[in-house]
Design a protein around this ligand. Structure first.
Ligand code: GDP
Length: 322
């Protein structure tokens, strides 16, 4: 989308968004999502205001009740007067902002509430990973006053691990009848969960799922070392909002534990480092594309072919010249 720098009053937008105007928040997210020329200006304007929101990721197989749980969590958080952001992310789809996801997220109840901001992002990044727009959208929601941002994944597999890397606290939602325990263990998802939510506790088999999870926890892993956070297992019936307060209590407890142990800072540093690295590599890649086909690269290639230099030295010289 061609947005010229002059068309956007970034400072005004940020002020309005921070004042609670949902349209201004939406506009800021669109700007970061579309890699607008004002992206850097937006990022700089938001930077001093970040770090407040707790980012909570919800992952789990399709059908376990993530969407229903997200909606129930929003209701409970609103009752506690928290400002809430919801990002529904489908990293398996190249399409973004679509109505498909918007419909899927069971958020009609919250549509008229100015204290809730809901956005679907279905973007997969050019390099196969999660789109760089997702962390930037999180920064927008954080800096514009959300107390909690719920990130719900729609995809499966690797996407869940990627979402976990964006969250302060990761909820793994499982339900009876999904063979989830075993699947999750295979995918390494057990390791990334900070809280296990056994949803559909009104169904037969929920207690067995709890036992399976306990058994898997007893086998060890990073959570079994002394002083480590031991992920609680919380049963819910999201469809009837049962157990949701226990989930919120667990989320708060996890935040307290992270703060006490320096873990929140550690996770955020890892995330920021990954973000910086991705942006830096993107810049290098772009600069490289500019020299590609240029005489500098061609000359270097000729020297490597002639044996007067080696590819490592040539690459080093080229990177230094970027
Ligand atoms: P998602 O794909 O993980 O987001 O799952 P959804 O939230 O779309 O829920 C899948 C289905 O399970 C829907 O038909 C929900 O109404 C139903 N569901 C959600 N929570 C519960 C629950 O606690 N008990 C029962 N029995 N059904 C539920």
């Amino acid at each position: 989308m061609a947005v010229s720098r002059r068309d956007v009053d970034v400072a005004g937008l940020v002020d309005r968004a921070r004042g609670g105007e949902p349209r201004a928040v939406a506009r800021l997210i669109s700007l970061v999502e579309n890699d607008s020329p004002v992206l850097r200006e937006v990022a700089a304007a938001l930077a001093p205001h970040g770090g407040h929101a707790q980012v909570v990721g919800l992952t789990g197989s399709p059908g376990v009740g993530k969407s229903t749980s997200t909606s129930a969590l929003v209701t409970a958080l609103r009752a506690a007067d928290k400002r809430v952001g919801v990002l529904a992310v489908d990293p398996s789809s190249p399409f973004s902002g679509g109505a498909l996801l918007g419909d899927r997220v069971r958020m009609q109840d919250h549509a008229t509430d100015d204290g809730v901001f809901i956005r679907s992002m279905a973007s997969r990044g050019q390099l196969g990973g999660l789109s760089a727009a997702v962390p930037q959208a999180l920064r927008v929601l954080d800096a514009t006053g959300c107390d909690v941002v719920l990130v719900e994944t729609v995809g499966v597999g690797q996407a869940e691990v990627e979402i976990a890397s964006l969250a302060d606290t990761t909820l793994l939602v499982v339900a009876p009848g999904f063979g989830d325990g075993i699947q999750a263990a295979k995918a390494g998802i057990i390791e990334i969960a900070d809280i296990f939510v056994v949803n559909k506790a009104d169904r037969d088999g929920a207690d067995q799922v709890v036992r399976d999870l306990r058994y898997m926890q007893s086998l060890g892993g990073k959570h079994s070392t002394a002083g480590a956070w031991r992920p609680p297992i919380v049963k819910t019936v999201a469809a009837r909002a049962e157990g949701v307060d226990d989930v919120i209590a667990a989320i708060e407890k996890h935040r307290g534990w992270m703060e006490e142990h320096g873990e929140l800072d550690r996770r955020r540093r890892i995330r920021a480092a990954a973000e910086i690295e991705a942006i830096a590599l993107g810049t290098v890649r772009q600069k490289f594309a500019e020299v590609h086909g240029s005489t500098a690269l061609d000359t270097a290639a000729g020297r490597v072919v002639a044996g007067s230099t080696d590819p490592y030295t040539a690459a080093e010289e080229l990177v230094a010249s970027l």
